[in-house]
Design a protein around this ligand. Structure first.
Ligand code: CO8
Length: 260
């Protein structure tokens, strides 16, 4: 299963390119999340690596978010294992010492949006057909507190409150206006721009930048670390409810019908 994410480190610049390639939609399955966390850990421990650019090889889609099939009709043990993997991915990415730049080259709902929000900088392809946001409420589920905290830390309380309640998916131009992404560029310029941004961030001494990043993010990271087991229990209880299972099944059916 070690093939859902392509990682290439350029030793001369110290920048790794991480490309999601898990068709059809880069959904975050248990296998995907495990591979993602392991890849991040390897880069984190590699002294040659100072920054990571995250993007997708799948046209029009950055990531469709958590794999809904991992949250449907499985047992409690599976839900627990899955949720721990989601937490692990976020703790590693949000808490990374490396400079992280998201090159969002397609739609990025829910868990996909969380990945982008967890980076230091977000550049999105300027196509208004691509949208990004935490749309959990639309699925009848609730974004966990640490998704919310990450969102608030990017866009501020008011925008996060409205967007989360409505489960909004914001087209790229609107996402820019809200500060959900930092800039838009034509799709063919996305990686070039990401490299330029990365170079600017890497021009500073790592140590000062890392301590500053940690100062900004530590409270939110520590909060999940302190409540990790409780958060897993909450997820298991919530997702096991018959009413929630029903909402998720209906959402999956809606996705399938939308095609025909
Ligand atoms: N999980 C599993 N399967 C998915 C997902 C997903 N997230 N997204 C799409 N798929 C499947 C589709 O069902 C479809 O399957 P099939 O081919 O068998 O019919 C296939 O992938 C392709 O999908 P589409 O035909 O819809 O592809 P499009 O290119 O038209 O659209 C999109 C791509 C925009 C990504 C679209 O598929 C979409 O909107 N997907 C849903 C995205 C979404 O809402 N994700 C939210 C997941 S929940 C989450 O991430 C956080 C949960 C927090 C948990 C809190 C609980 C307490």
């Amino acid at each position: 299963s070690n093939n859902k994410i392509q990682v290439e480190l350029d030793e001369s610049s110290g920048v790794a390119m991480m490309k999601f390639k898990s068709p059809p939609v880069n959904s975050l399955s248990l296998d995907f999340l495990t591979e993602f966390s392991i890849s991040l850990e390897k880069l984190e421990n590699d002294r040659a690596c100072r920054g990571v650019i995250i993007t997708s090889t799948i046209p029009k889609i950055f990531s469709s978010g958590l794999d809904i099939m991992e949250m449907c009709g499985k047992n409690m043990e599976h839900y627990g294992e899955f949720w721990r993997a989601v937490q692990e991915m976020w703790l590693r990415l949000y808490g990374s010492n490396m400079v992280t730049v998201a090159a969002v080259n397609g739609s990025s709902p829910a868990g996909g949006c969380l990945i982008a929000l967890s980076c230091d900088y977000r550049i999105m392809a300027e196509n208004p057909k691509f949208s990004i946001g935490l749309n959990e409420a639309q699925l009848g589920i609730v974004a966990p507190f640490w998704f919310k905290d990450t969102f608030v830390n990017v866009v501020g309380h008011r925008i996060a409150e409205r967007s989360l309640q409505l489960g909004s998916l914001h087209p790229a131009p609107e996402a820019l206006k809200l500060g959900l992404v930092d800039e838009l560029v034509p799709e063919e310029k996305l990686l070039e721009k990401a490299s330029a941004v990365m170079a600017r961030w890497l021009a500073l001494p790592d140590h000062a930048r890392q301590l500053t990043k940690s100062m900004m993010r530590k409270a939110v990271l520590d909060h999940l670390v302190a409540h990790r087991e409780e958060d897993i229990k909450n997820f298991i209880n919530f997702i096991s409810k018959e009413s929630i299972q029903k909402s998720l099944r209906m959402y999956m059916e809606m996705l399938k019908k939308k095609k025909s």
